[in-house]
Design a protein around this ligand. Structure first.
Ligand code: T1G
Length: 702
């Protein structure tokens, strides 16, 4: 038991007439630790044994209903009572048991709700079974009860995606008996519990699986399995739910338990649990303890292009007042339309009522007039990636914005120290690098410049979180954390092109490793012109001996900027990406011009070279203090670059592969490529001392 668990009663049992009110109180999210499960089980036994109780309500103190099993316990031995036993006891109760749900009833919390005979939700509450995101499946009956309460294909979608189900949607599906105000929640739950005494109790386990269209279910199952890209938990969830169509509840429960236990001990689940805590560590920044963020209610965005409009839409959806400025009136029109579509998606998902979305959109101010930003508390510039343009704009903003405003640049690479100094208000300036498309990508790099005030950084962190982002704080260097490491990975893949591979082979190898997309498909999607501009900017400073591959430059010179131009590394016909003989010939010409005799490059070699390039550069980024901890790099690569989450991230995976092997591969890259691929000193040090990236805290010198 933790100290906190010893201090307060974790579960209270109070009498309210004939109602037993069972309240779980285990901050911060009422996770079902062993101590909580034990206390809950004994309270529920008391409810059954005490003739004075005719019914019960299970509720939670604090900010949310049970958010699931205690993730920290998954590395420990199993201990009874298991949550599945508690859920079975709740459902089997002869006395009505109703849950009063507020906040996020997730995982085991949702399973308790599914086992109950009635469910009353507070407005704004959500239900969810996100276990697949931890490399697991629901292990307390969720895969067997949910398809007996809603259409099986909907249950499949919810469980394989881990999506949250908003209260209003839960009521529409019949999962919630009522959605009420927070103030009415307990009373309504008690009233329902009493009312159920005179009705037959609905038990999910006794209900038939609702599947109106087996073909549709099979199609949903196939789609989910295809989306898995090697993640075992999704395939297991599909199996457990498909099993409900023909097996008994008891048999299905047994199979669910088997699959859950297999996954609980799996490397993939350990990697995903590492990532869960890494995402929460990412926002922990030295020197910010006790620093209060500045108040932000109005956000200004300069630039209504792809990034600016997406950022503005995300801020609107997060219920900020938003003012977007662009000199081009048609761009403003497109920006407003993009914001409307973003809000529409929020409404379609049930997260935002239509009338609220309309009201939010009506507050959007889109104007050519920069002085509209004078009232903004936080201004984000998202204009074209040109240093002088951004410097001039920030200087103007420094004069227009109010003294307490934070000024953020959305630059992907540029020197935020220089931009901050040039604008004359360096303490108010940070970088806030969003990833395209900004309304959906979770990663945001918060660039702490040399003079950024602590409260400006704290304000940026809070804003990023309110936008639903995972902020990673980075220091200034070319490309910051993600783009700097990704640039070395892309360089190594272009070397593999020259050695003998083709873009489609390299992309296939990296997608087989679990990447959402290979590097050349990514380049075509984001546009080759951005990296081209960076290469041209850095050309003067490029080391004379650096191995340079000019294929991408020739593609750009031919106007082949990627998908948006209809051609890049691939040809695009009817929206489909196809290998292009033009590119094959261009690559072969380049190899010949460098006197390279092309050879087959295996999938395994491509993957090892990619991993070595990423890990070696990541070690340099860590050693230079650009990133605060190895897990920040894991988070950045998973949420910004499509690294397979079930591998935990590049540095988590490097520790499992073995840093000695990584160092050998890095030395091989250096021998082949020369400048830029020198083995990282930190990597050498870790190998010499028999340590891994996980031992990073030991290496921190006071
Ligand atoms: N176990 C342990 N700690 C947890 C936790 C959990 N389930 N959820 C959150 N925390 C900690 C978190 O590490 C942080 O700690 C603090 O709570 C606040 O979290 C049997 C097997 C609920 C939506 O996957 O999605 O049930 O940093 O910063 O942004 O079938 O936490 O303060 O020390 O995220 O307001 C399934 C995971 C488990 C839900 C709140 N449940 N949690 O978000 O706060 S498996 C989940 C979340 C399971 C059953 C299966 C979010 C949240 P610290 P936070 P937030």
């Amino acid at each position: 038991m933790t100290a906190a668990e010893e201090r307060e009663p974790l579960v209270r049992l109070e009498r309210d007439g004939a109602i037993a009110l069972v309240t779980i109180d285990h901050p911060p999210v009422n996770a079902l630790s062993h101590a909580v499960r034990s206390a809950l089980a004994s309270m529920l036994q008391e409810v059954q044994a005490n003739g004075g109780f005719a019914a019960a309500v299970i509720a939670c103190a604090g900010r949310t209903f049970v958010a699931g099993a205690d993730i920290r316990e998954f590395d420990q031995p199993l201990r009874t009572p298991h949550l599945s036993e508690i859920c079975d006891a709740i459902e089997a109760s002869a006395k009505p048991i109703v849950v009063a749900v507020h906040g996020t009833a997730l995982g085991g919390g949702c399973e308790i709700a599914l086992a109950a005979h009635g469910r009353v939700l507070a407005e704004g509450a959500v239900l969810g079974l996100p276990e697949v995101k931890l490399g697991l499946i629901p292990g307390a009956g969720g895969t067997q009860r949910l398809p007996r309460l809603i259409e099986a294909h909907l249950a499949l979608d919810l469980i394989t995606s881990g999506r949250h189900l908003p209260a209003v949607r839960a009521r529409e599906l019949g999962l919630a008996d009522d959605v009420v105000s927070a103030a009415d929640l307990l009373n309504k739950a008690k009233a329902l519990a009493l009312a159920l005494r005179s009705r037959g109790l609905r038990r999910a386990s006794a209900s038939p699986v609702t599947v109106s269209d087996r073909g549709g279910f099979a199609a949903s199952a196939a789609k989910a399995a295809a989306r898995a890209r090697g993640q075992m938990s999704i395939a297991a969830a599909v199996e457990a739910i498909a099993g409900t169509l023909d097996a008994s509840f008891e048999d299905g429960l047994r199979r669910e338990r088997e699959l859950f236990l297999q996954l609980r001990g799996s490397d993939q689940s350990k990697a995903l649990r590492h990532l869960f805590f890494a995402e929460r560590d990412a926002g922990r920044v030295e020197g910010l303890r006790g620093v209060a963020p500045r108040a932000v209610s109005t956000v200004g965005v300069v630039g209504a292009g792809t990034m600016g409009a997406g950022i503005a839409g995300a801020c609107l959806a997060a219920k900020f007042q938003v003012r977007i400025v662009d000199l081009d009136t048609s761009a403003l029109g497109r920006g407003r339309e993009r914001a409307r579509r973003i809000l529409e998606r929020e409404t379609a998902s049930g997260r935002l009522p239509p009338e609220e979305a309309a009201a939010l959109l009506s507050t959007l101010v889109a104007t050519n007039d920069m002085t509209a930003l004078s009232k903004a508390d936080f201004v984000i510039e998202a204009v074209f990636e040109d240093y002088d343009l951004k410097a001039g704009l920030l200087a103007r903003l420094a004069k227009i914005a109010k003294p307490s405003a934070v000024l953020a640049t959305n630059t992907s690479y540029l020197d935020v120290n220089g931009l901050a100094a040039a604008c004359g208000r360096p303490r108010d300036v940070i970088g806030l690098h969003f990833f395209a498309p900004p309304e959906t990508m979770k990663l945001a790099e918060l660039v702490r410049a040399r003079d950024s005030a602590p409260d400006a950084v704290a304000t940026g962190l809070q804003l990023a979180r309110r936008l639903g982002k995972i902020p990673v704080v980075v220091e200034v260097c070319d490309g910051f954390l993600g783009n700097r490491i990704f640039a070395m990975y892309r360089r190594e893949m272009e070397y593999a092109l020259e050695d003998g591979a083709l873009p489609e082979e390299i992309d296939a190898a990296m997608e087989a490793h679990g990447f959402a997309m290979g590097p050349f498909a990514v380049a075509d999607l984001s546009g080759l012109d951005i990296a081209w501009a960076r290469r041209k900017r850095l050309a003067a400073t490029r080391a004379p001996g650096e191995r340079y591959v000019g294929v991408a430059d020739e593609l750009c010179e031919a106007g082949r900027f990627g998908r948006k131009a209809g051609a890049g590394w691939y040809a695009y016909r009817n929206g489909q990406r196809e290998p292009d003989p033009f590119v094959t010939a261009l690559v072969e010409k380049h190899s010949a011009s460098r006197g390279i005799v092309r050879r087959p490059v295996s999938m395994e070699e491509i993957q090892r070279r990619a991993r070595a390039a990423i890990v070696n550069e990541a070690a340099k980024v860590l050693a230079e203090g650009i990133a605060a901890r190895p897990s920040d790099i894991d988070v950045a690569f998973v949420h910004g670059y499509g690294y397979p989450s079930w591998r935990g991230g590049p540095l988590y995976e490097a520790d499992r592969v073995g840093l000695d092997r990584l160092l050998e591969d890095a030395e091989r890259l250096h021998a082949a490529n020369g400048i830029g691929f020198e083995p990282a000193g930190l990597l050498v040090e870790l190998v010499d001392e028999g340590l891994g990236f996980a031992d990073w805290p030991k290496l921190q010198r006071p």
